[in-house]
Design a protein around this ligand. Structure first.
Ligand SMILES: *Cc1c(COP(=O)(O)O)cnc(C)c1O
Length: 402
């Protein structure tokens, strides 16, 4: 057994779509003495974090920073803008969409799902059609995921905005960008999103325990009339205190140290380069899957996730057993499977602080694990990924020289 009893040499391959491996620089930034969260040094730190996170959401409005995981920021978005009994339109892209819908139900909202087969992202036309039907404008919010982490589907958010506008519908537009923020292009202001929900432990390369609400003027106006009960997640006290660099209660001080450095690192690389890297790693993974002769869970070629790839195993092969064998033998963690496809697929996360070499290592392990598990596949997946990465870099260098 590789766990517990025997030492595992080398680095663990944390290949799940969040939490992601942390850069040592972020870890070091967090390894500092605790400071007074009402003192002048803290205020400077908080202001840097609050300003910095705006550049990641691409917004000039305030961004709320919660000491909570992404689930808390989901709640923050709903309770700050809506009232009990409000109708909310959601799309069943997969497990995370389903969890957000359950939360809306528990909070006393009336969510409704546009169903999908969990093998694609969101069709903007379906959203537009449903909103057109809503003649009395009973739907108060459209809540979608930018990236459905459970299946690997990326939704074109600008197109959903267009769909809402085309239907002439006044609903608020809320987007969960937890597993795409700082990995895929995201534009809170330009795309007309009212509340964007982010989390720390995915593309932002931080530990779990921090999440965000980026908010539009329209969302701030909705906050004034929202009748949902709210306390810990209430925006108003936060916004007032944040203006002077403080929080209404003790925030995760060490997380803020990490956040400032994580944002600094993203800008040092350049956001566009960060996005290009994720696209390259995702495409390399997809080439490997294809060469293995395996199937991507997401069938929609125009909505493939840049941060996670879900791989279906052939009929009769248990994906959970495969993951356990790979963890035990090669010290790699893959993402689990959900919903109608539970036990039928595994997920490779390719986001956060990873590079071409990390990915090739992970794909190499995957090819070995497929062989060891006796799962029918063709050889050459890793080679296909290598060939793609080389060609992508060659193209980039050629373009730069022109
Ligand atoms: C991870 C994730 C969540 C949940 O966030 P937690 O930090 O686990 O609470 C919600 N939505 C998406 C899309 C996610 O990837």
């Amino acid at each position: 057994m590789a766990q517990n009893s025997v030492r595992n040499p080398g680095r663990h391959f944390l290949q799940i779509p969040g939490p992601t491996p942390l850069p040592d620089r972020v870890l070091r930034a967090m390894d500092t003495p605790i400071i007074d969260h009402r003192g002048p040094e803290f205020s400077k730190l908080a202001k840097r974090a609050l300003e910095g996170i705006k550049t990641i959401f691409k917004t000039t409005n305030p961004v709320i920073i919660y000491t909570a995981t992404g689930t808390g920021a989901w709640e923050g978005a709903l309770v700050n803008t809506l009232s009990p009994g409000d109708r909310v339109l959601m799309v069943e892209t997969g497990q995370f969409a389903t969890l957000w819908k359950k939360m809306a139900e528990r909070l006393g909202l009336k969510p409704e799902f546009i169903a999908t087969d969990w093998r694609q992202g969101i069709d903007p036309k379906a959203v537009e059609a449903r909103l057109r039907e809503d003649k009395n404008k009973e739907i108060k919010a459209v809540c979608v995921l930018h990236n459905e982490t459970s299946t690997g589907a990326l939704t074109p958010i600008a197109d959903i905005r267009k769909a809402i506008d085309a239907a002439g519908h006044p609903a608020l537009f809320m987007v969960d960008t937890i597993s795409s923020l700082a990995s895929a292009d995201y534009r809170h202001d330009e795309w007309g999103v009212d509340v964007s929900i982010g989390g720390a432990q995915k593309g932002l390369m931080l530990p779990p325990g921090m999440s965000f609400n980026a908010i539009s003027d329209k969302a701030l106006a909705a906050n004034k009339t929202s009748a949902m009960p709210k306390s810990f997640f209430a925006w108003d006290d936060m916004l007032t205190m944040n203006k002077v660099g403080f929080f209404p209660y003790t925030p995760g001080t060490q997380m803020l140290h990490g956040l400032v450095v994580g944002i600094e690192m993203l800008h040092e690389e350049g956001l566009d380069n960060v996005f290009a890297r994720h696209n390259r790693l995702a495409e390399a993974t997809r080439r490997a899957v294809k060469a293995w002769g395996l199937e991507n869970l997401n069938k929609n070629a125009s909505q493939l996730s840049p941060t996670i790839t879900a791989i279906l195993l052939p009929e009769g092969h248990d994906a959970d057993k495969f993951r356990a064998l790979a963890l035990d033998t090669f010290n790699i963690a893959y993402g689990a499977s959900f919903g109608p496809y539970t036990g039928k697929y595994f997920r490779i996360g390719h986001l956060g602080d990873i590079n071409d070499g990390t990915l090739i290592g992970a794909l190499g392990i995957t090819e070995m694990a497929l062989a060891l598990a006796g799962i029918p596949h063709k050889k050459g997946g890793v080679q296909a990924a290598i060939d793609y990465i080389v060609s992508a870099h060659a193209d980039e260098k050629r373009a730069a020289a022109e």
